[in-house]
Design a protein around this ligand. Structure first.
Ligand SMILES: Cc1cc2nc3c(=O)[nH]c(=O)nc-3n(C[C@H](O)[C@H](O)[C@H](O)COP(=O)(O)OP(=O)(O)OC[C@H]3O[C@@H](n4cnc5c(N)ncnc54)[C@H](O)[C@@H]3O)c2cc1C
Length: 558
């Protein structure tokens, strides 16, 4: 049959397309205009536009080909164990784009001082979805830079930092972080990998790492217990492992298999055995968890920025679809309930955007000598931003599937992928509960006052508090104070406290930005986002209900 003779098919809904994702992003553009110096924005703006163009094209091209997945080839044709990981096209191109756009390096650009982090994370945000999660090993590489700088190990820094921060793809190194084992990811104190000296006195690691997302990288930071050291997290040490030796052979690493995952399928997450891998201590041979903490602050920030990027992609596609798809005689975007549903999601996104990019700004300030108040604020807001945005990304991705109707459930529209991928955000780099408890530690004693004090200052800049933001934050502080002596009760409501503080602080930031956009750009949209966000309720506090919880979880037993 000639193709022209094909029967008429009737109505066909065109798929959603993306414009340049930088040109099209009001929240990002107005935020950068407020916080970055004009000269930096003018220069970096060319890169942002190029990344936005690439993102739009990558979306189109991904729709026109079969999805790819990485593959582990364990044996060559002649029976030699090779453990070769074959990556997808986007991943093969990953180092080139990472180096060209300085996705790690720009965050450490001395000439840009505290603004370097804002510049860097604007790039990460624009590139993340198109990168097919190549941002995951980049996050770990950036985290490794932070941990190495904090370690004060001058020899390791001199050898490794120029590689991790290289703008030349042939010199660029990627780092993994090897912490999670079969016994624990949250509870790394149960790490069983052992560090033992060989006959030449060099350290070698023996053990099994259960989730390693960057075994394709040139190095990793790994937690291990020095042989004979005691139990628990404090006895762990942090080691740098180069994955290959001088001949390009694996450094005592056996790749057992790649994980078969719900999402992030382009990312080759491996299970590995360390069989005497040569390793170098980063610092002293204990307190490895403390040494890895600077890395976690950075990777959690990446997680929050990437969650934002997913939300923004979901909203851009949903809105594009709603403007073209008709039901009951109108475009979906004209139907009152659909409009209200989309606007509420956009408002949540804009609030989250403000919080995440404030954390980014704080990170830059702290790395450039920020004072105690900035440090306390960064320590408290990082887990809050990570945990809230992770949950919100899943919610927005789920609403996105629904907003596309049946098409949102069909793989080759590209929409279900957004939901499957989003589910990683609340798991990787600390689950919601683990981060809520971490936030409680960060807010202990007087430290919550830093958060409330900073929010008050934002509300003054905003010209007032018309939405009860200070009251919501104050109620979270009161619950924290009142339960301080009842550890179990306090832990049981930690999520509510964390979410309320995240939402309240985000609302204060949005109020300040609303005033700025109104006065400087004559734009009332941020103010509208604030009204909708607040109308959805800032507080997520819950009263402790220990008896009811026990009845449900312990199967009725007292
Ligand atoms: C795609 C992907 C890639 C990954 N890549 C890496 C990697 O490269 N390197 C690496 O080291 N790890 C990696 N991980 C592992 C990841 O960091 C861990 O899975 C995660 O930290 C959770 O640890 P766990 O699996 O041991 O879960 P568990 O700790 O067993 O958690 C199970 C549940 O218990 C809850 N829970 C745990 N402790 C508490 C508590 N004290 N109070 C209340 N609730 C609690 C958690 O919130 C969760 O709901 C990856 C994971 C995924 C999914």
């Amino acid at each position: 049959m000639n193709i022209d003779d094909a029967p008429a098919t009737g109505f066909i809904q065109p798929g959603p397309t993306l414009a340049n994702t930088f040109d099209d992003d009001r929240a990002l553009r107005s935020h950068l205009r407020r916080v970055l110096p004009g000269e930096l924005l003018a220069v970096a703006g060319t890169d942002y536009a190029a990344l936005g163009e690439h993102a739009a094209k990558a979306w189109e091209s991904a729709r026109s080909r079969t999805p790819e997945a990485p593959r582990l080839v364990q044996w060559d044709a002649w029976g030699t164990r090779v453990d070769r990981i074959e990556t997808t096209r986007a991943w093969q191109h990953g180092p080139v784009l990472a180096a060209r756009f300085g996705l790690v390096a720009t965050g450490h650009e001395a000439a840009h001082g505290a603004h370097a982090r804002v510049d860097q994370f604007a790039r990460v945000y624009l590139h993340h979805v198109a990168s097919e999660f190549f941002t995951c090993p980049l996050a770990m590489s950036d985290g490794a830079v932070a941990a190495l700088k904090a370690s004060g190990n001058a020899a390791l820094c001199a050898r490794v930092l120029p590689r991790l921060l290289s703008r030349d793809p042939d010199r660029l190194w990627i780092s993994g972080q090897w912490m999670t084992e079969t016994a624990g990811g949250s509870d790394v104190g149960r790490t069983a990998t052992v560090a033992r000296r060989d006959a030449q006195g060099r350290w070698r690691l023996h053990g099994r790492k259960w989730f390693t997302s960057a075994v394709i990288g040139e190095m990793a930071l790994a937690l291990a217990r020095r042989e004979g050291a005691g139990d628990g997290a404090d006895a762990l040490a942090l080691f740098l492992v180069e994955t290959r030796d001088a001949e390009g052979c694996w450094n005592g690493i056996r790749v057992d298999r790649l994980k078969d995952k719900l999402g992030t399928r382009e990312l080759p997450t491996a299970e590995i055995h360390l069989e005497g891998s040569l390793a170098e201590p980063v610092g002293d041979l204990a307190h490895g968890v403390r040494q890895v903490a600077p890395m976690l602050n950075v990777t959690r920030t990446w997680n929050a920025v990437c969650a934002l990027a997913t939300m923004r992609r979901c909203l851009a596609l949903t809105l594009a679809h709603a403007r073209r798809r008709e039901a009951f005689g109108h475009a979906l975007a004209r139907l009152p309930l659909h409009r209200a549903t989309l606007a509420a999601l956009q408002a949540e996104f804009e609030a989250a955007f403000g919080l995440v990019f404030f954390v980014v700004e704080l990170l830059g300030r702290v790395e450039h000598g920020g004072g105690d108040a900035d440090q306390a604020l960064l320590r408290a807001l990082t887990p809050l931003a990570k945990l809230w945005t992770a949950k919100l990304a899943v919610r927005i991705a789920s609403e996105t599937c629904e907003a596309f109707g049946g098409a949102g459930y069909i793989e080759d529209t590209g929409i279900p992928l957004l939901l499957r991928d989003a589910q990683v955000y609340p798991i990787w780099e600390g689950t919601t509960n683990v981060l809520a408890l971490d936030a409680l530690r960060a807010l202990r004693g007087d430290r919550i006052r830093h958060v409330l004090h900073a929010a008050d200052a934002l509300l003054v800049e905003a010209g007032g508090d018309a939405h009860g933001i200070a009251a919501a934050l104050g109620a979270a502080r009161d619950q924290l104070d009142s339960l301080e002596h009842s550890r179990d009760e306090l832990e049981s409501v930690a999520r509510g406290i964390a979410l309320t503080l995240a939402r309240g602080f985000a609302a204060a930031l949005l109020a300040r930005h609303a005033r700025w956009t109104r006065e400087q750009q004559g734009n009332a949209q941020t103010g509208a986002a604030l009204s909708l966000f607040a109308a959805h309720g800032i507080s997520r506090l819950r009263a402790p209900a220990m008896d009811a919880v026990a009845m449900l979880v312990d199967n009725g037993a007292p």
